[in-house]
Write a new protein. Structure first.
Ligand code: CA
Length: 253
């Protein structure tokens, strides 16, 4: 068994200032389980280790109000386990719509086992004997990939003073009241709010909001800015949100 534990702890440092990832280790062989716990804790992870599939299931079924409150960020799952097998556990979690990253570990090394593990929804597969360094690298990759997915899935609601923009719902509220924006006005405001204080030339706004194929006048921008001010500003003639930058264009905020 190659279980090198003399790893650098740069990843523990890398994790400082971020939320500690919790890993569930499901492994019936005590020596391997202990080495996994030691190695992962040394890397800065919080580890819960269990020895059979049934206990793992209990850990995973603790009632959580929201899917994102699932208690683990990653599961390291042995394939051959007493009571409930790794395959069954994996299959069960996926059937519940649980997308927690799963790294399957097994002494079996045939391609069939690998394929089966991945088919029931495991994200990656590592066979025993493995090096702790490789296992940690794979864990890190899975966690990173998952973080990126979550970030991509989470709609970013944008606030600026009294204005709130909900990109997913295509909705804007100003001083607590809903305002109706045309698609162009919406896109323009979204761009502004995502880049507060940035100065935009009319040509840049045309490119970003209307697209480079747009054939028309830069006055189009001025017209939309006027409409947007009428909907957002308390006094459109004294704009507080969208200000004109003489000789250049516009700025939000
Ligand atoms: Ca086993």
């Amino acid at each position: 068994m190659m279980l090198a534990l003399n790893m650098s702890n740069h990843s523990a440092i890398e994790q400082l200032g971020t939320v500690t990832n919790r890993i569930l280790v499901v492994e019936d062989e005590e020596s391997i389980r202990e080495l996994l716990v030691l190695g992962l804790e040394e890397e800065g992870y919080e580890v819960v280790a269990v020895a059979d599939g049934h206990t793992a299931l209990t850990q995973c079924q603790a009632p959580v109000p929201q899917p994102q409150d699932f208690p683990f960020d990653l599961i390291i799952l042995d394939l051959m386990l007493p009571k409930v097998s790794g395959l069954d556990l994996c299959r069960f979690l996926r059937s519940q719509g649980n997308h927690v990253p799963i790294l399957m570990v097994s002494a079996k090394t045939t391609e069939t086992d690998r394929v089966l593990g991945l088919e029931v929804g495991a994200d990656d597969y590592i066979s025993k004997p493995f090096s702790m360094r490789e296992l940690v690298a794979r864990c890190r990759a899975l966690l990173r990939r998952n973080r990126l997915n979550i970030a991509a899935d989470t709609p970013t609601i944008v606030h600026f003073q009294d204005i709130t923009l909900y990109p997913e719902e295509y909705r804007v509220s100003v001083r607590g009241l809903a305002v109706n924006l045309s698609p162009r006005e919406f896109r323009l405001l979204e761009l502004f709010m995502q880049n507060p204080r940035r100065v935009w030339a009319r040509a840049q706004l045309l490119d970003r909001v209307w697209g480079i194929d747009f054939i028309g006048d830069q006055k189009t921008v001025d017209v939309h800015i006027r409409w947007l001010r009428e909907k957002l500003e308390i006094d459109p003639s004294q704009p507080q949100y969208i200000t004109t930058v003489r000789g250049f264009g516009y700025r939000f905020g």
